[in-house]
Write a protein that binds this ligand. Structure first.
Ligand code: CA
Length: 225
């Protein structure tokens, strides 16, 4: 893959570059948000690794502009330890994932695989549950005939629910299926994303498609056709 690293700390970008090259990736480096943005808009890329704390344009601002020009380009954010607000902001702003510094290189590789796996697995089929339809190839979702705007992660979560209708799915199950690595068990990322999804796929005045099962997790209950 061709990966853009946007990081002002040369020591970190050097380590990332060396490790990722050793795994067969091509690397482009920017040490400011401004340069990163230019490269993200002009270069052919499969992934951006974007530090949040940058001089000048910060990671959030860069992410916002990347999202408006290249909405499907996977972006993995780097955050400082325990910076919960930055993590939540990053996910809200459309980052596909985030990684807390310092991190083990293996963890970075696992997350790169997770955020880019869909690029390698084109599927042609559609999934339909009740009045919700997913096109896996186009990565699009409809409720009745209305297109639902979903981020990559929201789409993956909805796909997982739709592949397991009427089943109680625990948070750890959902984390490992949709996020593909061991998330902090204290993390509320599943709950946050379920809220996002409900806001987008539920019809006003109707029961939620994604029901909370107290003490157990969530269950996808599609309405009858
Ligand atoms: Ca930095």
């Amino acid at each position: 893959m061709r990966i853009l690293i946007v990081e002002d700390e040369a020591a970190i970008s050097r380590i990332l570059e060396r490790g990722l090259r050793a795994h067969g990736h091509q690397i482009v480096i920017a040490d400011t948000g401004e340069d990163g943005l230019v490269l993200a808009e002009d270069e052919t890329l499969d992934l951006v690794i974007l530090d949040i704390a940058l001089p000048g344009l910060n990671g959030h601002q860069v992410l916002e502009r990347i999202r408006s020009s290249r909405p499907r380009l996977p972006v993995l954010m780097l955050t400082a330890r325990d910076d919960i607000k930055n993590k939540v902001d990053a996910l809200n702003a459309g980052a596909d994932d985030y990684l807390t510094k310092p991190f083990a290189f293996e963890e970075l590789l696992a997350r790169i695989r997770a955020v880019t796996r869909r690029l390698d697995q084109p599927e042609s089929s559609q999934i339909v549950a009740g009045n919700v339809r997913l096109d896996l190839l186009a990565q699009r979702a409809w409720r009745d005939d209305t297109l639902i705007e979903l981020s990559r992660r929201e789409f993956a979560l909805l796909e997982y629910f739709m592949r397991h209708p009427h089943q109680v799915l625990s948070r750890p199950q959902i984390l490992s299926a949709v996020w593909e690595y061991d998330f902090d068990p204290e993390s509320n990322v599943v709950d946050v994303y379920v809220l996002y999804l409900r806001n987008k796929v539920d019809s006003p005045g109707q029961p939620s498609l994604i029901q909370t099962v107290r003490g157990a997790g969530y269950r996808f209950e599609p309405p009858p056709d």
